[in-house]
Structures are given as structure tokens and as C-alpha cells.
Write a new protein. Structure first.
Length: 589
């Protein structure tokens, strides 16, 4: 069915004559067949957001509806690939049209020529239902892709074909209860704005190890959890997102570059193929899907890119994998919503954002979680959603940051003062929080004993005390503090510089395993405890602050995990010996 354009306003196109079309249908606009999506309908008039540049379009041009909602193609070939916001593969688009992407170009999301070795798991005669695994494809050296029965289908498997196939080949035939036969391929299509179904949802109870000490120890996120990374320009949001993408102990990473600068996306594309996955030594791209929708790409596509990414993540989750979705940044997505809302002449909310901003954000983050997958074999998967927020001027009282904070359970607040002081990650330990601490505590206790959470609590208490003492220092100077308070300041400095501060560009320090994090913090707190015992005996505090063991603790974080494990006992013994010598010297005096 086709209609006619009556008005063009930037990415918004109004058309009439589309009485049989539906909201969310994909349409082709104009002679160049630009891709668009219907936002709302009034009679036969449709408001369409076009995902490409609309210059040259005018009234009278034809609009043709496809009758299908905005959907993604799901199947082998998504990993180690880079898409735009509406799942068009950028490498293949470049091969077809050169460096400047032609408007209206139509390239399938999954390669139709590459053959995949399909290995059946089910056999003819099996009774299958939605979510059951038909067979597997070794998509990359790191990930085994499971081909599943599409949602809404169940019945008896009539035929299944092994061997090499392209994604459009018929690989199986399923006969439903009515006797109708359905041909199955390796492709599934799914509307991006609808969450994929699951059997059951669980409370997240295992942490996602990111290798970043301030995150894992102080403000952990659970697998299947939600987190926000707000911060002003230059505070390190993108580097935090890159670190999470590189080192998180998830099976698959979906990185969405939504409306950010192109050079940041270029860094990802240059770095990831060279980086080795710490779990298997394979290139990191082998388990990564990149969605590049940078600031110079059409605004309307920023809004679609978030949904495209979370739908791809849900598909891999349904295979039983742990997936991390990193959106950089949701502020650009919200700005795209604001622009389209303004052009639709909707009643604006705070700062011009649409009144439904909070509910749209909630719809995105609520698609995260730990679930039991559909199907007869018991599989569990998870989607962890982490969104960067870029509030103008770093003001987190603005609507996007506030709406996000009401939804997510982890808040890593980036601080420009820390960034300017070259303290990275610039996560402010006084304003950040994690609501997963109580649910994750049993896991930490099981792995490391009760001392892990006790150390974390004590370290936070010392940092908070330091903040209060700094007010006194500003008024009367450090010399007015008691020896115990001076020690608190020194220990807090060690926690900040030797534990929380981390260099993303030094291999030995970019990633810290849980065991190393636990022992490093434990060393700092043992130093604090030993010094307090010495102060009770009247020892000169300045002598305690300059012992060589203190420098050894600071250098320990730069050692690799194996060396650090061997040095841990030696550093502790050295520290005890030197403090004992200071005590003995004080008694002799």
C-alpha cells in the first residue's frame, strides 16, 4: 500500500493515504526509498520518522508501507560485525557505495552468501517448542551460536539438514498441532520495540567482574543488573565503557555508540580487533557486536539504535549466554526523542523532553535481567544494561540523569574534579552507590570469607572520614589533627592512590581479578591496623608514614596477578617487621 507526502520537517515526514498501515510499520519514502517508521496515525494520515537524510524530499512523493514493524535479523554473522542504528552492516555498505553511504541503500543485516556449518542437536520425531535448540553453528572461535525454534512455533520435527548452509537455506521442517508444516532457516526476525519472551525472571545474585577495582569492590553490578555512568565532558565516560567492554566476564558484549563522536567509535574499531580476551586469548571482536550511530549520522536513527542493541542482546541471552549492553550515551537517544517530539508538536515536559521520557528509559532498562530461557532444556541467560549519561555541564539534576537514577540500581557518578586531578576512573566514591550489595554479599562471603565485605565497609568509612577531616584541614591546617586522624588521612590517600586509581593504558593495571583486589585492599587496611597499634604505644607517626613497605604496597598493584600473589605475604611480613622496628626504636628513645 502506498500514500503521498504532504509535509517534510527535517527527519519527520507527514503522509496521507495510508489507512491500512499501522503504528511502528516500516515504510519506504520517496524515489530513493529511504527507510522510515510510522510514529502515529490519525485516520489515513501518518507521522513518519525517517532514518536517513531527507533533503530533496517534498510533497507529492510516494510513501510505501512494508506492513512489518521495525525489526532486526537475528542469526549467525552478527558477531565481529559493525552495524548502523537500524542494523545495516557498515562494512558491506561501504563496499557497495564507497566511503560516503548512499541514501536508501538496502543491504541485508546478515550475509546471504557466507556458508555456515550447521550441526543438528534435535532429531526428526522430537517434540519441540519455542526456544528449543535445533542445532549449533560455530560462529566465531569464542561463541557457539545456537539455532532455536522461533517464538510462537511448536510441534514435531519432521526433517533437519546438517552440513554447510547460507542463513536463508531451509535447515528444518516443523509440523504444528494442526498438521501445517513450517520451514525453518537460521534467521529469526524480531520487532525491536518488543521485549523477547522468557520462562522466568530471577533476582541477580552474581557480580559482573569488570576488573575495575572501584566498581568491583566498592560499587559492584550484578550480572543482569542495570547501571548508569553520568558525568560531564572529559570525565572519562567512554573510557569506563571501553574498560567494561574489554574486561567484563560476560560471554558477549553489545556496544552501542549512540550519538557520540566518530573518533570515539574509531578507537573501539582500532582497539578491539587487537585486544585479546583475557578468558580465552581470542581477539575481543570475536564476542562483540558494535552498533555505530555517531553524532554525524541522522538523529532519528539514534533513537532506533538503543532498541536494536538490546534486541540483539536478548537474542544471545536466549541461548543461555551472559550479555552486556553498553549504551554510550542515552542522553543522545533522549535528545533524538526530544527532537521528534517537538516536530510532532507534542506537549513538552521538563527542558523540552517529552512527558514519556522516564517510561521510555524504563522500557529499555527493564529488558535487562537474569532469566530462564524458553525451551525444554534448562538454560539461564542474562542481559546487563549499562548506560552512559551526558548531562549538559555535568548537571545531574537534568531530566535524563534524574529519570535514569530512579530506574537503575547502580550509579557510578563521574567527577570532573577527579578527572582534572588525573584520578581515573574518575568515579566519585562519595556520590556513587550500588543497591546490589546485599544480594551479592553471600557470593563474596562464599568466595573470600566475611572479611571481603568488612574490608569494603571499612574502606568506605575511612574515605568518608577523610572527607570530613578535609574540612578541618582547610580551616586550621593538617598539624592541628590528632595522630589517629592523621593516620586516617594517610590511609585514605593510600586507598585512593594505591587501590581506587587505575591506569587503563598499562596492561598490568588495566584489569584486576577479584583475588588481587581483595589482597591489595587487605594490605592497605592491615597497614592501617598495625599503625594504630603502634600509635597506641606512643610511636612517632611520621616514622610510620615513611617505612619502605608503604611504597611496596603502592607498587604492588602494578604487578601481574601471579607475581602479586607471591609477593603478598612478603610485603605483609616486611610491613610488620618495619613497624616493629619503629616501635622498638621509639621505646629505646
Amino acid at each position: 500500500m502506498s500514500g503521498t507526502i504532504t509535509k517534510v520537517s527535517g527527519p519527520l515526514v507527514l503522509a496521507e493515504g495510508l489507512a491500512d498501515a499501522n503504528v511502528s510499520d516500516v515504510v519506504r519514502v520517496g524515489s530513493q526509498r529511504l527507510i522510515g517508521e510510522i510514529l502515529n496515525m490519525t485516520g489515513d494520515r501518518a507521522s513518519i520518522q525517517v532514518y536517513e537524510e531527507t533533503s530533496g524530499l517534498g510533497p507529492g512523493a510516494e510513501v510505501e508501507t512494508t506492513g512489518m514493524p521495525m525489526s532486526v535479523e537475528l542469526g549467525p554473522g552478527m558477531l565481529d560485525n559493525i552495524y548502523d542504528g537500524i542494523q545495516r552492516p557498515l562494512p558491506e555498505m561501504r563496499a557497495a557505495s564507497g566511503d560516503c553511504i548512499a541514501r536508501g541503500i538496502d543491504v541485508p543485516a546478515l550475509n546471504r552468501e557466507k556458508k555456515w556449518d550447521f550441526v543438528p542437536v534435535a532429531k526428526p520425531g522430537d517434540k519441540l517448542r519455542a526456544g528449543d535448540v535445533l542445532g549449533t553453528v560455530q560462529e566465531t572461535s569464542a561463541i557457539l551460536h545456537k539455532i532455536m525454534v522461533p517464538n510462537g512455533l511448536s510441534g514435531e520435527l519432521v526433517r533437519i539438514e546438517s552440513g554447510e548452509h547460507v542463513v536463508t537455506d531451509e535447515i528444518a521442517v516443523l509440523r504444528d498441532e494442526k498438521g501445517k508444516e513450517h520451514a525453518l532457516t537460521m534467521i529469526q526476525r524480531w520487532p525491536v520495540r518488543i521485549a523477547r519472551p522468557y520462562e522466568k525472571k530471577y533476582v541477580p545474585a552474581r557480580p559482573m567482574n569488570s576488573g575495575q577495582r572501584i566498581i568491583d569492590t566498592m560499587f559492584p553490578i550484578a550480572k543482569g543488573g542495570t547501571a548508569a555512568v553520568p558525568g560531564p565532558f572529559g570525565s572519562g565516560k567512554t573510557v569506563v565503557q571501553h574498560q567494561l567492554a574489554k574486561w567484563s566476564d560476560v560471554d558477549i558484549v553489545v556496544y552501542i555508540g549512540c550519538g557520540e563522536r566518530g573518533n570515539e567509535m574509531t578507537d573501539v574499531l582500532m582497539e578491539f580487533p587487537e585486544l585479546k580476551d583475557p578468558r580465552n586469548g581470542e581477539p575481543l571482536m570475536k564476542r562483540t557486536v558494535l552498533i555505530a550511530n555517531t553524532s554525524d549520522m541522522p538523529v532519528a536513527a539514534h533513537e532506533a539504535s538503543i532498541y536494536t542493541g538490546i534486541t540483539i542482546a536478548e537474542y544471545f541471552r536466549d541461548m543461555g549466554y551472559d550479555v552486556a549492553v553498553l549504551a554510550d550515551s542515552t542522553s543522545r537517544w533522549a535528545e533524538a526523542l526530544r527532537e521528534m517530539s517537538g516536530r510532532l508538536e507534542e506537549m513538552p515536559g521538563e527542558e523540552g523532553y517529552p512527558a514519556y521520557l522516564a517510561s521510555r528509559l524504563a522500557q529499555f532498562y527493564e529488558r535487562a535481567g537474569v532469566i530462564e530461557c524458553l525451551g525444554q532444556d534448562e538454560r539461564r541467560g542474562s542481559v546487563t544494561a549499562i548506560g552512559a549519561v551526558s548531562p549538559p555541564g555535568g548537571d545531574i539534576s537534568e531530566p535524563v540523569a534524574q529519570a535514569t537514577m530512579r530506574i537503575v540500581k547502580v550509579f557510578w557518578g563521574l567527577d570532573s574534579a577527579l578527572a582534572y586531578a588525573r584520578h581515573f576512573p574518575a568515579i566519585n566514591w562519595l556520590s556513587s552507590y550500588s543497591l546490589y550489595l546485599d544480594t551479592l554479599a553471600p557470593w563474596y562471603t562464599e568466595q573470600f570469607g566475611e572479611s571481603y565485605m568488612k574490608n569494603r565497609t571499612q574502606a568506605m568509612h575511612i574515605l568518608q572520614e577523610e572527607s570530613e577531616l578535609q574540612e578541618i584541614v582547610r580551616l586550621v591546617g593538617q598539624d592541628a589533627l590528632s595522630p589517629a586522624d592523621r593516620l586516617t588521612m594517610e590511609t585514605a590517600k593510600m586507598i585512593r592512590e594505591d587501590f581506587l586509581q587505575q591506569n587503563a593504558f598499562v596492561d598490568e593495571d588495566a584489569y584486576s581479578a577479584y583475588a588481587k583486589q581483595y589482597r591489595l585492599l587487605d594490605l592497605v587496611l592491615r597497614y592501617d591496623a598495625a599503625c594504630r597499634e603502634a600509635l597506641d604505644k606512643g610511636v612517632d607517626m611520621n616514622a610510620l608514614f615513611v617505612i619502605p613497605a608503604r611504597e611496596a604496597i603502592g607498587r604492588a598493584k602494578m604487578a601481574d596477578a601471579k607475581t602479586f600473589a607471591a609477593d603478598y605475604d612478603a610485603i605483609e611480613a616486611q610491613m610488620k617487621k618495619e613497624i616493629a622496628e619503629v616501635i622498638a626504636g621509639g621505646e629505646d628513645a
